[in-house]
Design a protein around this ligand. Structure first.
Ligand SMILES: Nc1ncnc2c1ncn2[C@@H]1O[C@H](COP(=O)(O)OP(=O)(O)O)[C@@H](O)[C@H]1O
Ligand SMILES: [Mg+2]
Length: 295
């Protein structure tokens, strides 16, 4: 809003291949159905003064994320531990305010009453409630009748592939780690949020489950008429490439967007995508950019 950190690029450049992306960080990625801004972080400053020297996490930090009309998108934030990724999600969600600066959602300054849902790495379901009760809860809290809430929750349980598990307690080991993350995702998606925040949500899952849940997460956008902007944090380069529409790489001390590029893989992503040359090229390129941060 205040400042767009990326230069425009014309449509011929949208398909920025890995090979031609040496200056991808200096381009804004423009898609034909790009909508208005959905999130603006404007002149954000964050200083922790409990130690000397003070920890300046953000200094005049700006980030503008565009909506893609009627289409879900994955915007992934990557960067070294401690660079401020979780903090950015907390600003957007309303769990934390910056020392100074503003957060706008759809062009409106976010109020302390707005709460944007967040999925964490730790399982965050209510263990003393069933899967159905967990997923229906956000609707009940919004005043939806119990019957309608249960009906909509059952639809969502089906979408996340948990049909038949609705009456089980939402706890480990009654449900596996992957299933519990599906419950958390269902609970957050049931209100059809325009923004969903996910902070390293699959970090605790084994590799195979993790890959399966990545495929499932992409597929909900194809089949379920859900179109949230997901702001996603991960340390896994292959996970980032598989899921993302856009990737932002942040450097630290204070944080800045060092690179921004689009992942130009098919909208419909299944296991076969992982074996394509494009996929491998993106992962290698991303790995090199991340490695570069460490120097
Ligand atoms: N309450 C706090 N007091 C002091 N420093 C904090 C506090 N919360 C976060 N930080 C610091 O803010 C920085 C960013 O943290 P965080 O957003 O969790 O990083 P990331 O998610 O990228 O690993 C870190 O350097 C961390 O030490
Ligand atoms: Mg974090």
């Amino acid at each position: 809003m205040k400042r767009n950190i990326f230069q425009k690029q014309d449509d011929s450049e949208v398909n920025n291949s890995v090979e031609s992306s040496s200056s991808i960080d200096e381009k804004i990625v423009k898609s034909s159905n790009e909508g208005s801004d959905i999130i603006n972080l404007v002149n954000i400053n964050q200083v922790y003064t409990d130690h000397v020297p003070h920890n300046v996490v953000f200094k005049d930090f700006n980030l503008d994320i565009k909506d893609i009309k009627d289409q879900g998108q994955f915007v992934t934030l990557m960067g070294k531990s401690g660079c401020g990724k979780s903090t950015l999600l907390r600003y957007i969600s309303g769990l934390q305010n910056p020392t100074s600066g503003d957060v706008f959602i759809y062009g409106k300054k976010r109020s302390d009453k707005d709460r944007i849902p967040m999925v964490f790495q730790q399982y965050t379901s209510f263990e003393w409630k069933t899967v159905l009760q967990n997923v229906a809860l956000p609707l009940i809290l919004k005043g939806v009748s119990k019957d309608e809430a249960n009906e909509r929750a059952m639809d969502m349980i089906k979408i996340v592939g948990l049909s038949g598990h609705e009456n089980k307690w939402a706890k480990y080991p009654t449900l596996s780690g992957g299933q519990l993350q599906r419950v958390a995702i269902a609970r957050n998606l049931v209100v059809n949020p325009q923004i969903l925040l996910m902070d390293e949500p699959f970090g605790a899952l084994d590799t195979i489950t993790r890959k399966q849940i990545q495929v499932f997460l992409r597929s909900i956008f194809e089949h379920a008429k859900l179109d949230p902007t997901v702001i996603f944090v991960t340390h896994s380069e292959s996970e980032a490439v598989f899921l993302s529409t856009d990737i932002y790489i942040l450097d630290s001390g204070p944080a800045n967007v060092k690179h921004h590029f689009k992942i130009d893989l098919p909208q419909e992503r299944n296991e076969t995508v992982r074996y394509s040359k494009e996929f491998t090229d993106y992962v290698n390129k991303l790995g090199a950019l991340m490695e570069d941060l460490k120097k």
